[in-house]
Design a protein around this ligand. Structure first.
Ligand code: ATP
Length: 240
């Protein structure tokens, strides 16, 4: 399947407040799609609705061709939520083992994968430390490592690089680009504008609407500005 995510005219209300007006968005195999927008614009709600954690009022959300929640599809997704869901009383390695086994990774393969994903997020030397003693940034990195386990065909990452230093951020992007080149599809939300330059397509979310969706280069051309940050500032001004 080529199309990994397909959102069509998604509308979501909380009470009588409309949070998502009319969201249409696709993520294909072998592409990184960035979802950017100011705080409160609806990025997390878009993700939760597509995953079936929130119910849409209108529109459809297909993930790997299926409407969520769907247990089988969940097994093929690496989802990193905005808040970490880790076992604090276990150490990092035990967390990785637990989630890897849940995803059905065989024990021989799991050992190899744990070594790889922990080196991607620079946690190799802290694997035996209890997660309750981890810093916020270390917990984010562990959550990302867990999302990468099992080579899921789709990664949905909600702010994966918050609290992560620039050098490690670069290393993580290097891995995401590798995975994209191997055919995985990635949806990523971020506040770091220069990260969006590394995506294949960017969706600009403003007040619950996708106001632009194209490659960073196309958007910069369309808005006549040199960076995505400028695109964003200009788009925000035009909308207000
Ligand atoms: N369960 C909920 N009930 C009521 N309102 C909610 C709920 N979840 C989110 N909202 C509201 O929906 C709006 C969008 O929130 P959302 O978390 O999707 O934004 P976001 O773009 O992810 O923001 P941030 O970048 O700060 O994470 C906000 O105004 C928020 O207060």
């Amino acid at each position: 399947m080529q199309r990994l995510i397909e959102l069509t005219h998604l509308n979501k209300k909380f009470g009588n407040r409309t949070i998502l007006h009319d969201i249409s968005l696709t993520v294909n195999r072998g592409e990184i799609v960035g979802l950017i927008g100011p705080s409160g614009s609806g990025k997390t709600t878009t993700i939760k609705t597509m995953l079936g954690m929130e119910k849409a009022n209108q529109g459809t959300a297909l993930v790997l061709g299926k409407q969520m929640p769907n247990r089988k599809v969940l097994g093929n997704i690496g989802y990193m939520a905005q808040s970490d869901a880790l076992y604090e009383s276990l150490n990092a390695k035990e967390n990785l083992k637990f989630f890897g086994e849940m995803k059905g990774v065989t024990s021989k393969q799991l050992q190899k994968e744990i070594t790889h994903v922990s080196s991607v997020v620079n946690l190799t030397s802290s694997l035996n430390q209890r997660v309750s003693n981890y810093s916020g940034g270390m917990k984010r990195r562990l959550s990302l490592a867990i999302a990468l386990l099992g080579h899921p065909e789709l990664l949905i990452l909600d702010e994966p690089t918050v609290g992560i230093d620039p050098a490690l951020r670069r290393q993580i992007w290097h891995e995401l680009i590798n995975l994209r080149n191997q055919g995985q599809g990635i949806l990523i939300t971020t506040h770091v504008m220069d990260e969006t330059e590394l995506t294949d397509r960017v969706a600009l979310l403003l007040h619950g609407d996708v106001i632009a969706f194209a490659s960073p280069q196309e958007l910069e051309k369309q808005y006549g500005v040199p960076t995505i940050e400028d695109v964003f500032l200009k788009a925000e001004k035009e909308e207000d």
